[in-house]
Design a protein around this ligand. Sequence first.
Ligand SMILES: NC(=O)c1ccc[n+]([C@@H]2O[C@H](COP(=O)([O-])OP(=O)(O)OC[C@H]3O[C@@H](n4cnc5c(N)ncnc54)[C@H](O)[C@@H]3O)[C@@H](O)[C@H]2O)c1
Length: 348
Amino acid sequence: MKRIAVIPGDGIGIDVTRESMRVLRRVNDVFSARLEFVEFDWGAEKYLKEGIALPPGAFEMFRKDFDAILFGAVGDPRVPDQRHAAEILLALRFGLDLYANVRPVRLFDEKLCPLKGVRVEDVNFTVVRENTEGAYVNSGGVFKKGTDDEVATQVEIHTRKGVDRIIEYAFEYALRYGKTKLCMSDKSNVMGYAGDLWQRSFKEIAVHYPEIETSHLYIDALCLLMVRQPKDFQVIVTNNMFGDIVTDLAAALQGGLGMAASGNIRPDAVSLFEPVHGSSPPLAGKNIANPMGSILTAAMMLEHLELNDAARTVENAVIACVKEGKTTQDIGGTLGTREVGEAVLAKL
Ligand SMILES: NC(=O)c1ccc[n+]([C@@H]2O[C@H](COP(=O)([O-])OP(=O)(O)OC[C@H]3O[C@@H](n4cnc5c(N)ncnc54)[C@H](O)[C@@H]3O)[C@@H](O)[C@H]2O)c1
């Protein structure tokens, strides 16, 4: 038996998680997967009512009692500083030390890609984003706030341990998935201190993986080439902020944010799986959000739980629906969120 914590969160996080949960319940029936689900109502509503974002003891509970977490999205205009979102999602990533944010980028049908002349096999790479350091540690300060002399600092943190482990993870990921190329991307030409650490770590670790061809690109060049030559990429490893930004660009290649899945992974420990998109308040509750990113995320979680047949079957069901045009409007279809969920279920 595997215990799954389900946190739909806010906005369309709730709409799309409902569909991936229907798919996972069907997986239980078809594959005798013995997944057990416990849902948590953490999000803006609870925060506004009770002042609680992440209840005390949450990390310990997840570590002890759960095998994985399926997450929707957080973000609500009623909480202008999005404090609850940081206290839930960033806290879980940091608190559970989920250091590898793995974002596969795959095109399932040429018509989903905004670029001319791109074939499905041209867009098939994974971004491995460092998930616990960099700009997102929110270190810094402000001085003379509100005056003409105001000073704000935002400090990035890169540790040898943190950089080494994400680069090692990316090499191991490449090996596991039969990939032969790994590109490291940074901005070491202008961010010399952190850049130097990333460069040395990458070169030193690469020595242990002679079968993987390595390359390096500055992040701006990576953006250019990702659009011009997406087929050049197999696995990309980069820091927290660059990985966050570049995977929105990458999502555009595969049909938009509604198609993008991700895992926040710590090998051999409880890991958290979430679609790349946010809570998209204007779409919430209207049966228009694309649930495929969340369903593909559920497939990633199944693979992490070593339910590989179930994972492939769910992924193939989504691919079949895309090819038949059984999709939401964001990728050219006419169906609603629930109807896409039903179309995927029908393929299982
Ligand atoms: N992981 C997370 O929980 C996460 C990630 C990003 C943003 N956010 C939060 O979400 C809120 C909205 O942020 P945003 O608008 O910048 O990002 P967003 O991802 O919610 O939306 C960006 C754009 O993509 C579209 N989109 C996203 N997901 C879609 C889907 N499943 N189907 C169809 N269209 C989809 C939206 O309509 C919008 O046009 C903010 O509060 C933000 O802080 C949360």
